[in-house]
Design a protein. Structure first.
Length: 213
């Protein structure tokens, strides 16, 4: 009698139980897989955004150095040629060759570009626009319409907040400080939150200018 009871309780799982167990396991695996894929995509996007931000930061650092070193052109022009919200033209020796190049920084689509124009070797020195070479400074730039890439401040800033930042296009003779503001996003449809990057640059060679020479 006891042997019969033992035999009854030691039976294996029924077919229905096996199917239910497999179904539960499959659902659990599907959920785990979806969670893994989502986590992988999130981490991958975070890494890509970090790499993009680092690249932009390096480009902006170079641009800041070029702007900071703005100086009188080789034909005697003022260090700043024009200063607008998303467009800035200065003269600077960006490649340390003792020749002052014309540097044109501007936003084109989602890129910040730098156009470089060398002066002519003949006199009088000129900067032909047709000789401009374009370099990509930063990519994945998604500044909103109300966020200018460049903002300009006069010598009275920060004491004078009524006239700063200056209205654009700015009066180049009054510019002493420039803010570079970039919003970065490699895919705005995927992540609506942009990475913000701001830098202020003082034009060291303009302190002695009281007027355009």
């Amino acid at each position: 009698m006891m042997l019969k009871n033992i035999s009854k309780f030691s039976k294996g799982m029924t077919l229905v139980e096996v199917i239910v167990a497999i179904a539960i396991f499959a659902i659990a695996m599907e959920g785990f897989t979806l969670l893994f894929i989502r986590a992988w995509r999130t981490n991958s996007y975070t890494i890509e955004m970090g790499q993009s931000s680092m690249t932009v930061s390096q480009g902006v650092s170079k641009m800041i150095n070029y702007i900071r070193g703005s100086r009188q052109s080789d034909n005697g022009s003022y260090p700043i040629k024009s200063a607008d919200s998303n467009d800035l033209v200065v003269y600077s020796d960006y490649d340390d060759d003792n020749i002052t190049e014309r540097l044109h920084f501007y936003k084109n689509g989602q890129n910040i570009l730098m156009g470089v124009t060398d002066p002519t070797s003949t006199m009088p020195k000129m900067y032909p626009l047709g000789n401009q070479q374009v370099i990509i400074i930063a990519s994945s730039i998604v500044n909103a319409a109300n966020i200018p890439v460049f903002s300009y401040y006069n010598k009275n800033y920060p004491g004078d907040t009524s006239n700063n930042p200056m209205a654009t296009p700015a009066s180049i003779a009054n510019v002493r400080l420039i803010k570079v503001h970039l919003q970065i996003n490699i895919n705005p449809n995927r992540a609506p939150d942009n990475i913000e990057m701001q830098s202020f640059v003082e034009l060291r060679n303009l302190n002695d200018y009281n007027k355009i020479q």
